[in-house]
Design a protein around this ligand. Structure first.
Ligand code: PDD
Length: 294
């Protein structure tokens, strides 16, 4: 359940009173972008990074940002104040607004629609983390601007549903033989003690959590290679992880029905996943305590 008070076009109001036009281009064309920002103990985590990615997504779809960085910061913080949860996820989206007709080309003189709500942040619990989750692979059939966090998520929805249909948590996407990301997460591999991550490109979302994980790996001396990863490397991996603002760092223990990893460790979260999760928690707590995240 989301919090009762939501933000719509400059106002905080009850969800039941939040109305938008059926001609909104978000509804007709998925013509808009969004962000999901985790909040711990009422403090947003990596807010500036999320707002910078929002700006990049808006630039990518040629939609002027309706608010300055400072205005967004203030509104997100006000939204957190309205939420009944200390740990929350703030969802925000900006669409190209509602015209008086349906025409693919950009309308003129139409104000964007800005919508924001708070939901509870439920990160994976202890039992899920110790067992790890299952995933399937699928062909990444999305468009060529996966770096933009747009509302046009139908391909992601269908791909993620493939996982659910198989009783799995995530779908790992493969384009032209290379691993791109998950349907709603980024992907990391571990091989012979080296953390492997696909490089940022137009084929994947530049995850805020992805950046944190790479920063923590560097800080703790984990050898890392950011390079193209072949799908053929997946069955050879010692560990496989998914990362996102809501899942944090989560080990994938089974892929396409086969255990991830080798020997006695096969089919279980690996040691580096556990260490990275600990570092992530520690980092979060330090940030929340000091307000600094460098
Ligand atoms: N999704 N890739 C995709 C396709 C995603 O949808 C997400 C996150 C990520 C991870 O990004 P980040 O670390 O910044 O959360 C990667 C959010 C959580 C969602 O759509 O709900």
């Amino acid at each position: 359940m989301i919090a009762d008070i939501v933000f719509l076009n400059g106002q905080f109001l009850p969800l039941a009173d939040a109305k938008i036009s059926p001609l909104d281009r978000g509804f007709l064309f998925a013509d808009g972008v969004y962000e999901v920002i985790p909040v711990y103990s009422r403090q947003p985590f990596r807010l500036d990074e999320h707002l910078r990615r929002l700006q990049a997504s808006l630039d990518g779809i040629r939609l002027p940002n309706p608010y300055s960085h400072a205005q967004w910061q203030a509104r997100v913080r006000e939204m957190i104040g309205h939420a009944p949860f200390a740990d929350a996820q703030i969802y925000l989206q900006v669409t190209r607004g509602a015209d008086s007709k349906r025409d693919h080309a950009f309308p003129t003189g139409v104000a964007p629609t800005v919508f924001m709500f708070a939901g509870p942040l439920v990160t994976p619990g202890e039992s899920v983390r110790t067992l790890g989750v299952s995933a399937v692979t699928a062909v990444d059939n999305r468009w060529l601007r996966c770096d933009l966090k747009t509302l046009a998520l139908l391909a992601n929805v269908l791909l993620r549903q493939q996982a659910v249909d198989h009783g799995c948590a995530e779908t790992i996407l493969v384009r032209d033989g290379f691993v791109t990301e998950g349907a709603a997460s980024n992907v990391f591999l571990v091989k012979n003690g080296v953390l492997l991550a696909p490089p940022k490109s137009h084929l994947m979302l530049p995850g805020v959590t992805y950046d944190v994980v790479l920063e923590l790996a560097a800080r703790h001396g984990v050898p890392t290679e950011v390079r193209d990863i072949l799908a053929d490397e997946l069955p050879e991996a010692d560990e496989l992880w998914m990362t996102s603002s809501t899942k944090e760092v989560l080990a994938i223990a089974t892929l396409d029905g086969r255990p991830v990893g080798h020997g006695a460790a096969a089919g279980k979260p690996g040691p580096l996943a556990e260490r990275m999760w600990q570092w992530y928690q520690q980092f979060k707590n330090d940030v929340m305590r000091t307000g600094r995240d460098d």
